[in-house]
Design a protein around this ligand. Structure first.
Ligand SMILES: NC(=O)c1ccc[n+]([C@@H]2O[C@H](COP(=O)([O-])OP(=O)(O)OC[C@H]3O[C@@H](n4cnc5c(N)ncnc54)[C@H](OP(=O)(O)O)[C@@H]3O)[C@@H](O)[C@H]2O)c1
Length: 292
């Protein structure tokens, strides 16, 4: 089996490469970075895949600077939707499996929601980023049958989110050390998720040839950003206070979902359980050398 990986230098892409190397799974992984292929270029995609033989394509690319995207909808739609459609069409022609990475931010519009969102729930984005990713999902679905959409959320991985300049864990640790006092929003609840765990599931999807469809691939449990920050500071043994505040205290350009916790039952049943986010956080802190 030959698998193409797009976005190999991003936070998730790096862990998929590491996980593949460590697993010893007998398939070839071909990484195509942005320097080789700008997915938003229609000609580039056609040229790159014209003579390339492959069995599966994993798309970890994304334009996800949520606030910046609000004023750059055209770029977001180009990268997160039209490029996804084009890649799906390429896979359909090749009879290859397409594994596309999407987001919990396709949800959020159901204001009263308090129970985890399943794959059967309708999308309801509250910002341009979420809308562009939801459109990408729809266009890919229209283009091919052998499609696996992996919805992930609030990622932390050793490579850091290059697109965002670090990830939330690193930001909290840095600010905690610098200021000794953190204020973090307590009214946005989500599923903190380690890219290392997502990478393992993505590999299982390929190796076990699981049924096509939507999969919510997140660590077990839920947390507000305040809960998450408090655990980071406590587990990394940083001498800092963490105080809850509301989204109104930190206005952002883009609206954020108040509740976007994903239910991972379908994924766990098909591909094995995902660890709780607290255990994933401990692994991450150890891997980064924040704790020993
Ligand atoms: N980070 C999160 O919290 C989060 C949450 C939910 C969903 N997601 C989704 O998960 C996926 C992976 O996220 P991540 O955290 O790994 O992001 P990341 O670290 O920013 O990686 C994204 C990768 O996409 C590449 N890329 C962006 N635009 C491209 C283009 N036009 N052509 C080719 N490559 C391009 C970037 O290349 P460069 O390295 O050159 O910038 C980067 O390597 C994305 O689809 C994202 O929407 C992320």
């Amino acid at each position: 089996m030959k698998v193409v990986l797009l976005g190999p230098n991003g936070q998730l892409g790096v862990d998929i490469r590491c996980c593949h190397e460590q697993s010893g799974e007998p398939f070839e992984l071909l990484s195509l970075g942005r320097d080789v292929l700008d997915v938003a270029s229609p000609d580039g995609v056609e040229r790159q895949f014209k003579d390339l033989d492959f069995d599966a394509l994993i798309n970890c690319t994304g334009y996800h600077r949520t606030d910046e995207v609000e004023d750059n909808a055209a770029v977001a739609v180009a990268v997160n939707a039209h490029a996804v459609q084009r890649l799906a069409e390429v896979c359909e022609r090749r009879r290859a499996r397409f594994v596309h990475v999407s987001t919990d931010y396709v949800f959020g519009g159901d204001a009263g929601r308090t129970d985890p969102l399943t794959e059967a729930d309708p999308v309801a984005p509250v910002n341009v980023y979420g809308a562009s990713k939801a459109l990408g999902e729809t266009l890919a679905n229209l283009a091919l049958d052998d499609l696996v959409i992996v919805r992930v959320a609030s990622l932390f991985g050793v490579a850091g989110a290059s697109g965002k300049g670090g990830n939330f864990v690193e930001t909290m640790i840095r600010l905690g050390r610098e200021t000794g006092a953190l204020q973090v929003v307590d009214d946005q609840v989500m599923s903190p998720t380690a890219t290392a765990d997502v990478a393992r599931v993505v590999l299982r999807i390929l190796v076990e040839d699981c049924a096509p469809g939507l999969y919510h691939v997140v660590n077990d449990g839920a947390a507000s950003w305040f809960d998450f920050a408090r655990e980071i500071i406590a587990r990394a043994r940083i001498d800092a206070t963490v105080t809850p505040c509301s989204s109104e205290d930190f206005p952002t350009r883009a609206a954020r979902p108040r509740y976007s916790v994903l239910d991972n039952t379908k994924t766990s049943m098909a591909l094995g359980p995902l660890p709780p986010w607290q255990a994933a956080l401990d692994d991450y802190l150890r891997a980064r050398g924040h704790v020993h």
